[in-house]
Write a protein of this length. Structure first.
Length: 99
């Protein structure tokens, strides 16, 4: 199953750090998200992009996980030559993750 089948996401950035929130469509799927989408799995999934640590924060009251990915934006918006300098496309890419 693809992550997008049970969750949606939002992305933000600050300097060379990207964060992706993964929000369950249903609170019934939150436990599945917690067990299937770990910081280690996200780091491996984005291994070509993320050069630093990935930290996961749990937000059970809203059925969400937030992943902070350090060293993920090629130096940051003002330094990167990437087409997606803000990393907004990373949330769409993450929704394609198999869980």
């Amino acid at each position: 199953m693809k992550l997008r089948e049970i969750a949606h996401s939002r992305t933000g950035d600050k300097g060379n750090t990207s964060n992706i929130s993964v929000i369950a469509y249903s609170m019934d799927d939150y436990e599945k998200l917690k067990s299937a989408v770990t910081a280690e799995k996200v780091k491996a999934y984005f291994s070509d992009i993320v050069k630093g640590e990935v930290v996961r924060y749990e937000l059970p009251a809203i059925g969400a996980l937030n992943f902070v990915m350090y060293g993920a934006l090629g130096g940051g918006v003002t330094r990167s030559l990437a087409l997606d300098m803000h990393g907004k496309g990373l949330s769409s890419a993450m929704m394609n993750m198999d869980i």
